[in-house]
Ligand binder design. Structure first.
Ligand SMILES: [Zn+2]
Length: 112
């Protein structure tokens, strides 16, 4: 009996995490980069230290190559949220791994 309830607790915890995975729809896997730049206009203030920016980029991996994707400022908050969701995805994967390992142990007990 105690085996069954332990198993139920694990299954419930796993179901909750699997459910949360479904909420991570904005996830982005990449590194956030902020850049300030100098333009080619003669006499622009950027040549006197007031550089343009920040401009935001997400560095992503595409078929083994690093690519910088420009993110408009209006989308910066959304993109940062997406990066946070990716971190959460990894946490959830680790937590589900622990639960599944515990379930494997539970099943081994049940079959003894
Ligand atoms: Zn300039």
């Amino acid at each position: 009996m105690s085996n069954t309830s332990a198993q139920e607790t694990l299954l419930k915890a796993r179901a909750k995490l699997l459910n949360e995975l479904g909420t991570l729809s904005q996830l982005l896997h990449g590194s956030w980069v902020e850049r300030y730049s100098v333009c080619s206009r003669a006499g622009c203030k950027c040549h006197r230290g007031e550089r343009h920016g920040p401009r935001h980029y997400l560095v992503v991996n595409e078929a083994g190559r690093q690519r910088q994707k420009y993110i408009p400022n209006s989308q910066a908050d959304m993109a940062m949220k997406g990066i946070a969701q990716y971190r959460r995805l990894l946490e959830i994967a680790d937590q589900i791994t622990q639960l599944n390992l515990a379930l494997l142990r539970e099943n081994a007990h049940a079959n003894r």
